[in-house]
Design a protein around this ligand. Structure first.
Ligand SMILES: *Cc1c(COP(=O)(O)O)cnc(C)c1O
Length: 397
């Protein structure tokens, strides 16, 4: 059969056609009034997209660039920091903290799980200069309780900053950045914003800006203070990825359209969309006897355990060969054990029903066993008909 290439990976994600068109036709030089107007509009809209009054910066780099910027701008060598890690992206925080000479206290939860808030509480003192965590751990599909963690950090006073990698959390998870007191929240263009990789962004609290006046870690391209000064004048400190800004403008317009002209409502609608795609997928996978990998599954993606005795690479390969659908294998130690289906950004009902129909075929081919055709699709239909349950899979006490 004819096959259409479709990404079901937790980044890069499917592209919004309007964003692609906007990029393709964009030619403005970055030191012009036209570009400044776009840049300023995008920065203002990004506050609505994130849901914050804090300053937002958009940098030309992948998500890890802004993760690095949060470490280099907010810490000094020798600073005590707490890293909460339960997967490959959590481990990236540890690597970054070590690279900048922080004394990293690492609190880990097993892959697929999330943290006990009591364990976190026991680690937080005003001597901890910053706490680093993911909102959703894309390597395991787990959701972390950012609200609960923020409550503990804020309860400890203003000396401890909370930095959240919400690169797959933004646009898939309800996050009250200002209400909870998140100091830096990080996102990336190739996730819920439905555009190619190349831009990463963050919202920075006043507490965090004050911290930057005294920190001494080396930084140059990623000096957020310099970027903030330029942004106030409608510019980026260095040459921005101009055509990606055009794509971002189009993506934000699309999200605004989802909210009937209200961008904040559009963001909520995008989150509900991911929640519903995720519920359909979880129901479908379980209906054909598959187990979910994460105890508290995120709406960003669903990590599914491979059936006993089957390498998940075989499933990933079959999806690609039969249907040109790209699902993700596990990373690191999880490779061969799980496969991951994303719901971040530009996914709809038909994508979700389609991938579950394909899953039934893939299972037959990979296991050689009969699968009751329609079982996954039927469970997804029922989940769709029920609508988002609003169930928030939070664990940890
Ligand atoms: C995609 C992703 C990143 C960023 O990775 P880059 O390749 O640098 O864009 C970071 N954290 C999480 C949780 C992610 O899903």
């Amino acid at each position: 059969m004819l096959r259409k290439n479709r990404l079901f990976t937790p980044g890069p994600t499917p592209l919004l056609p309007a964003a692609q068109a906007a990029m393709a036709s964009f030619t403005a030089h970055h030191r012009t009034a036209d570009f400044r107007a776009l840049f300023q509009r995008v920065l203002a809209d990004m506050k609505e997209f994130i849901g914050t009054q804090n300053d937002v910066l958009v940098l030309s780099c992948s998500g890890t660039g802004v993760m690095e910027a949060s470490v280099s701008n907010l810490t000094s060598p020798g600073d005590k920091v707490l890293v909460l890690t339960a997967g490959k992206f959590g481990e990236r925080w540890t690597g970054l903290a070590n690279a900048f000479g922080c004394k990293a206290d690492v609190l880990s939860a097993p892959y697929g799980e999330t943290f006990s808030l009591n364990d976190i509480r026991a680690k937080i003192t005003p001597a901890v200069r910053a706490v680093f965590v993911q909102a959703t751990e894309s390597s395991t599909g787990a959701r972390h309780d950012v609200q609960g963690i923020a409550k503990i950090v804020r309860g400890s006073g203003d000396d401890t900053l909370l930095v959240v990698d919400a690169i797959t959390g933004l646009g898939t998870t309800h996050l009250d950045v200002d209400g909870w007191g998140v100091d830096v929240i990080v996102g990336g263009s190739q996730k819920a914003l439905m555009m190619p990789p190349g831009l990463a962004y963050c919202a920075v609290s006043e507490r965090a800006w004050r911290r930057m006046e005294t920190t001494t870690s080396p930084r140059y391209y990623f000096d957020l203070r310099k970027e903030r000064k330029s942004a106030a004048k409608g510019e980026s400190a260095y040459t921005p990825a101009t055509s990606l800004f055009a794509a971002l403008g189009a993506a934000l317009d699309f999200v605004r359209g989802m909210g009937n002209g209200d961008l904040a409502k559009g963001r909520e609608a995008l989150v509900e969309n991911a929640e519903l795609c995720a519920e359909m997928t979880r129901a479908g996978a379980q209906a054909v006897g598959l187990k979910l990998y994460a105890a508290a599954p995120a709406a960003a993606l669903t990590a599914i355990c491979s059936p006993d005795g089957i390498d998940s690479g075989k499933i990933v390969k079959e999806f690609r060969e039969s249907f040109d659908a790209v699902v993700a294998n596990g990373q690191g130690e999880m490779k061969g054990q799980i496969f991951r289906i994303a719901h971040i950004g530009y996914y709809d009902y038909l994508d979700t029903i389609g991938i579950l129909g394909a899953l039934e075929q893939v299972l037959v081919r990979c296991t050689g066993k009969a699968v009751p055709y329609g079982a996954a699709v039927r469970a997804a239909q029922e989940a769709y008909a029920r609508g988002p349950s609003g169930k928030r899979y939070l664990v940890g006490a």
